[in-house]
Design a protein around this ligand. Structure first.
Ligand SMILES: [Zn+2]
Ligand SMILES: [Zn+2]
Length: 344
């Protein structure tokens, strides 16, 4: 199937677990404050090329903490890494102010199960702005209820670090704003050591913080949010997944492959979202690079390859019928129901 452009499907009401009068200040206030601070970079006094470069490099590194870390590693467990590396990615993701691992993962897994249905936390069938950022600003009782965690993020909360983050809701904010001290200290220190007058060094440090932390946060936010909004509206489909997910080249470009979203909904377990040769998935190749240097272990291949592997395993196990059924059954389930019910 090849569908281009947005489809004409019936609009939908926002989830009934949201109430218009219940504004979620926990998300709204940081979004307003960080956008305000990030926009200060347009003032000439704060401009520096170093700031621009730190921002752009940060968009990729911290963006990958979300894409590779929160999404493909935590939400879908599509590859294996040692715990020190997982916690490193998670800490960098916390520097993006996109909530805790358990909340992010639970929301995303709920999206996969209820994609473009009434309980989808951020479907553009409600409205474009709702899917992009509006859904964050109304309290969704489904997302904050403990049953949501026990259903969608139980495995995440078994990790002591992630459980600790839920018990200490101020911790993510301390980590987020704590990074500004590191950025400022490094920039100010290097400039001062190079003989720059202290006032100018302080201005340079401020520039690096505004570009490197706040403008970068805003950019990474909108890139992540585009996966929720644009790739459920515009683009083409390789697979009939039963919802509105699309492959969108623009989002794939800015989000290191995440724009091939219809491919992802078709096979969320796979580490790669590259189904055609031109659908380049930078994140996957970076995971392969990390595998080549020994950081990443097993990678989940595409469903077609998993079925092939299961068939090979089945052939080897013909002398043991019980084992053959055990190996093939989960894959049979996922191939029969390629969307909605799959979490990982
Ligand atoms: Zn989606
Ligand atoms: Zn996903």
């Amino acid at each position: 199937m090849n569908i281009s452009q947005a489809s004409s499907v019936a609009p939908m009401m926002r989830p009934s677990a949201t109430i218009p009068t219940e504004v979620f200040l926990r998300y709204l206030l940081p979004v307003i404050v960080v956008h305000g601070l990030g926009m200060l970079v347009v003032l000439p006094i704060f401009f520096s090329w170093t700031g621009v470069i730190v921002c752009l490099v940060g968009v990729h590194i911290f963006g990958q903490a979300i894409t590779m870390g929160y999404h493909r590693l935590l939400a879908h467990r599509s590859f294996e890494v040692p715990r020190w590396f997982e916690w490193t990615l998670t800490t960098l993701a916390l520097c993006c102010l996109q909530d805790t691992p358990a909340r992010w993962v639970a929301t995303h897994r709920k999206h996969h199960v209820h994609s473009d249905e009434h309980d989808d936390p951020h479907s553009p069938l409600v409205a474009f702005l709702w899917s992009h950022m509006g859904w964050l600003f109304l309290r969704n009782h489904d997302l904050t209820h403990v049953s949501n965690y026990s259903r969608f993020a139980r495995d995440i909360l078994e990790d002591p670090f992630y459980f600790w983050l839920e018990r200490h809701p101020v911790a993510p904010l301390v980590i987020y704003f704590g990074q500004t001290i590191v950025y400022f200290g490094l920039a100010f220190g290097i400039a001062a050591l190079a003989g720059t007058p202290l006032t100018e060094a302080a201005l340079f440090g401020t520039s690096v913080v505004l570009f490197g932390v706040f403008a970068r946060t805003v950019l990474v936010w909108h890139i992540t949010w585009s996966v929720n909004s644009l790739t459920h509206m515009f683009g083409y489909s390789n697979h009939d997944t039963g919802e509105q997910s699309r492959n969108n080249w623009f989002v794939a470009l800015v989000a290191a492959g995440e724009g091939w979203h219809n491919n992802h909904h078709h096979d969320p377990s796979a580490c790669t979202v590259q189904h055609k040769w031109w659908e380049f998935d930078l994140t996957y190749w970076e995971v392969r690079g990390l595998q080549a240097i020994g950081i990443v272990g097993k990678i989940t291949p595409l469903r077609t390859e998993r079925i092939r592997m299961a068939a090979r395993g089945k052939a080897r196990d013909t002398s043991n019928p019980a084992r053959a059924v055990e190996v093939s059954q989960p894959l049979l389930d996922s191939s029969q129901s390629p969307h909605k019910s799959q979490l990982s």
